[in-house]
Write a protein that binds this ligand. Structure first.
Ligand SMILES: Nc1nc2c(ncn2[C@@H]2O[C@H](COP(=O)(O)OP(=O)(O)OP(=O)(O)O)[C@@H](O)[C@H]2O)c(=O)[nH]1
Ligand SMILES: [Mg+2]
Length: 246
């Protein structure tokens, strides 16, 4: 069995309740149907935690969500965390156990460790803007009875798309093989947000190369000889996207 499935299996087996942390900007892309199926087979309760909701317009989205049991939160801004705590208490009350374990699963970098820190009120789960930060699983205390199990982020092993990994920040921008392609797709999906963030307006017929050149010149990302460094600029855009700056 691959390492990926071993982690997921073990966490599901050892937990009483599961949280699947999603990125509010990419709800569908950060879902993991395999995990959802396994949780459903285990008959354990799953709460979808749609995190980073400070980065989106929540009211527009909430109506469109087709998930069964979800809560919008911003772990960073501490929004919606009371609601999540209530849901956890309600589910935990069903168990006649001394220790109730909440397993926290999700893509790398969706904010699993930050969610746990917000819920426990401690900075005990270590976090980082770079994905792949949490290594082994660890238990963190919310109350004397309720514990969270932090886990390393998991990517479905069948998934190979560098773009998706860049988009959900599971692959660090500095490690991308083709940052310009990722930037190209980001322009396709979020051009307006990019223009606002960088205070720039592209022409209608600017292609990706041209847009990257304009940005590189504006932000003085230049090669020796003064030519715009489009590759470096592409990595900066991906990084800013991953860090929620776009
Ligand atoms: N804007 C915003 N950023 C957040 C939020 N929650 C977490 N982040 C940021 O997202 C990045 C990743 O957070 P982590 O908690 O380390 O993510 P993780 O899912 O534990 O990541 P791995 O352990 O690498 O799988 C950090 O830079 C956090 O500050 C949020 O609600 N809003
Ligand atoms: Mg983590």
């Amino acid at each position: 069995m691959s390492n990926y499935w071993m982690i997921v299996n073990k966490v599901i087996r050892e937990s009483d309740i599961l949280l699947l942390v999603l990125d509010a900007r990419l709800i569908e892309q950060t879902r993991n149907k395999d995990i959802e199926r396994m949780v459903s087979d285990s008959r354990k309760k799953l709460i979808y935690v749609i995190n980073k909701s400070d980065l989106i317009n929540k009211r527009v989205l909430e109506k469109e969500i087709k998930l069964k049991n979800f809560v919008f939160i911003s772990a960073k801004k501490r929004l919606g965390t009371g609601k999540l705590r209530d849901k956890i208490h309600a589910l935990a009350a069903i168990f006649d156990k001394q220790k109730v374990i909440i397993g926290v699963l999700g893509y790398p970098n969706t904010g699993k460790s930050t969610v746990i820190n917000t819920m426990t009120g401690r900075g005990s789960a270590s976090t980082s803007p770079e994905s792949g930060h949490t290594k082994g699983k660890q238990l963190l205390r919310m109350t004397s009875r309720i514990y969270f199990m932090d886990t390393p982020g998991v990517i479905p092993s069948s998934e190979k798309s560098e773009f998706k990994h860049a988009l959900v920040a599971s692959k660090n921008a500095s490690k991308l093989k083709d940052p310009e392609l990722v930037a190209h797709k980001l322009f396709g999906m979020f051009q307006e947000d990019i223009e606002i963030s960088y205070d720039i307006k592209f022409d209608k017929d600017d292609d990706t190369e041209k847009k990257l050149e304009k940005l590189a010149i504006k932000f003085k990302r230049l090669l020796k000889g003064g030519l715009p460094d489009t590759e470096r600029m592409a990595r900066i855009i991906v990084k800013d996207w991953q860090r929620g700056k776009i």
